[in-house]
Write a protein that binds this ligand. Sequence first.
Ligand code: PMP
Length: 313
Amino acid sequence: MPEPIVYFDGRFVPDSAAKLPVLTHCLHYGTGVFEGIRAYFDPSTGDSLLFRPLDHFERMGHNVGILKIHLPHLPASLVEIACELVRMNRPTTDMYVRPLAYKAGQKIGVTLPDEDGFLMVTVPMGQYLDTTKGLSCCVSSWRRLQDNSIPCRAKICGAYVNSALAAQEARDRGFDEAIFLNEAGHVAEGSAENIFLVRGGRLVTPDVSQGILEGITRDTVMTLAREGMDIATDQRVVDRTELYVADEIFFTGTAAQIAPVTKVDGRVVGTGAPGPISTALQGAYERLVRGGAPDHERWLRRVTHLAAAGERR
Ligand code: PMP
């Protein structure tokens, strides 16, 4: 395996050349903002398809301001860097692109240093959660952070301690994933996913003031449901017990994609198998991200691997 190339300090360098000083503020205090973007491999062409990369970098551009971090480039230029990074790593499988903007100052003390750093890495990524069988989940004993402690909408590194505690607790208790309630006791999201319920033929998902990330897959699913299936989404407060009476439940996320949930706290959801709406949305999403939905081509950025294209000629 060739050594991966990463983008670090404004340059593309081998992974082993990217080194952070041990006093880097983000490492000690979690003062960074990250993103996650999928790059789907197209075996028929050898190309990679980045899904909604501009939306991810625009979200990042908004979120970094919360921590007074400045991005080194505008979102559109960061998309080009992401494409170049994928191209340089010449993937032969689905990849995940992880940009991170962080407080780089080297000091002890929690106030935000002026110095910012930015890096981007790619890793191969297959299934993050099992999207085929239906997941067994628990309501976490941990509560989702609230916006006035660490804002979850910002994808802040330190906030993922909250996610890690919940995800690990769920695995340790034999569940596939955790579902967070917020401090008010309402359903928020998974540890790294948004959540949808199906009730009476409509989609229901916690609204953006419930302590959630404003997910790009969440937005994609609401669009696919509305445009392709004539299904409306209610964004509102969701009670815990609605999880127990829902017809279907599924998670959405860049890594998780669309992952049906068939059990919550030992109670069977619907028929106990992934339901028809979850399954239809999964199919539509899979077609879309792999380039099979001409209506939404604008969401895909194709990265052609020049060497591979040359080899094909
Ligand atoms: N919530 C959390 C806490 C997440 O980490 C993620 C993954 N980015 C999501 C929701 C889903 O967001 P997206 O669809 O933009 O990946």
